[in-house]
Design a protein around this ligand. Sequence first.
Ligand code: ARG
Length: 576
Amino acid sequence: MNIQALLSDKVTQALVAAGAPADSEALVRQSAKAQFGDYQANGVMGAAKKLGIAPRQLAEQVLTHLELDGIANKVEIAGPGFINIFLDPAWLAKQVEAALADERLGVAPVKPQTIVVDYSAPNVAKEMHVGHLRSTIIGDASVRTLEFLGHNVIRANHVGDWGTQFGMLIAYLEKMQNEHANEMDLSDLEAFYREAKKHYDEDAAFAERARAYVVKLQGGDEYCREMWRKLVDITMSQNQKNYQRLNVTLTKDDVMGESLYNSMLPGIVADLKAKGLAVESEGATVVFLDEYKNKDGEPMGVIIQKKDGGYLYTTTDIACAKYRYETLGADRVLYYIDSRQHQHLMQAWTIVRKAGYVPDSVSLEHHMFGMMLGKDGKPFKTRSGGTIKLSDLLDEAVERAGKLIAEKNPDLSSEELAKLVDVVGIGAVKYADLSKSRTTDYIFDWDNMLAFEGNTAPYMQYAYTRVSSVFKRAGIDEKSLTGDIVLAEDREKALAARLIQFEETITQVAREGTPHVMCTYLYDLAGLFSSFYEACPILTAESEEQRNSRLKLAALTARTLKTGLDTLGIETVERM
Ligand code: ARG
């Protein structure tokens, strides 16, 4: 049940019946304070202005038309013309029952769209670093959320698997194979890349060979293709280990790297020229965009083909957007890329739209995110200033979680303990990122993310085990609960209302790609459960009916927490 959408419809109808224009917006929001009801409609003021009448007068008209029988037990006008809506506990109780009886917690199926999600996107022969971590974690939460709602999601791992650097990488791989065929160790990709570059810079014959290999690779030479494939495979096997540890749903089949679009590029350049969008300029092919000005105030030139014939990152993203619409049939394309690439994407998409490659009905969305900073507010680096390897970061997370958890759980078996440490350590890194609004930079802080207090993974995971332990302690199976839910106490009602807001929360996350909204919701839900649990005895309730009613609230809370955390890619355990 999406209460917000339901009330929006009802209030809009009443607004129109009261004489407001058909496009009036009800602006229904969850109320910030209980005294203003569960929801408030803020649209009367705007509509009254358009009509040129007093807002309170319109509000009164709206109330006479507003049909909330059985849904709300009180509706009142407040301030200049706000409408406060108090949900009827009996109606809420019914919604809780319905959610409990449903696998999907009462979330209505959506009209499925094909949604391409571009995320993770590491580069070949390079280690995944913390910059790719945010894209991977937030992108995967978005994918899980959209799939939960029933959309057809295509994961697109836009791996950096093409470019002139492959000449030197192939030449170096060849050298390694010749010299160390038997004990070749490529586990340190960073070192591999560094060494290749060093040879390229210092060894003229090597550089010569490297340059020849680029040309051959681009010409489709069998040997170079094979060496290239090897580099991609080694890198992606290594990345796959990170994905697995991170509980991220990407697989090798999701790789749609830059190379995929290479064969489209000459056609794109020719077409943009034919359409009069691209012109020759100083030997290069350039699209001038009025939308963007250079520092002299002239239209900015975006190079799509260099003097030497090479194509650019932008050319690839133009082809890529076209492919996602034409070939993959996307209705929406979401890009989880850091904010520094915003201008790049906007330029590519401006060209895409002008050329008519993707119609306006298909949305291209840059779900950007800020940088990951260290505690000192500077980009997150190792002590010596190098980039932090993702695998090292995850090792540290698990090690730190291990220390904390071993202390708190002396009686767990070593197997249970190892699982728990993993779930909490990895969960902490992921949740810390997911719980912050993605558009801002965020400060990576071990102590904060591993705290058992506050909006953290350990707290949420613990909250889940606490709720589900209510059943274990009572030795009750939630499916055997009979009788009706009765919401007599304020805290019962507050908990129920929040439970039923799961659908509007997940809908918002799916629309905006903002998993922190889900985190805030779950954190709040856990808090409401605690207050309810303190004030409303469950196992020692006054009657069997009351006990069962409260157990049902606990059951739905446990399932909502688990499902919500699932959509974020955060694992739970039954005991901790
Ligand atoms: N590989 C790129 C990087 O490491 C990110 C690619 C993002 N996706 C895209 N369609 N441009 O910066």
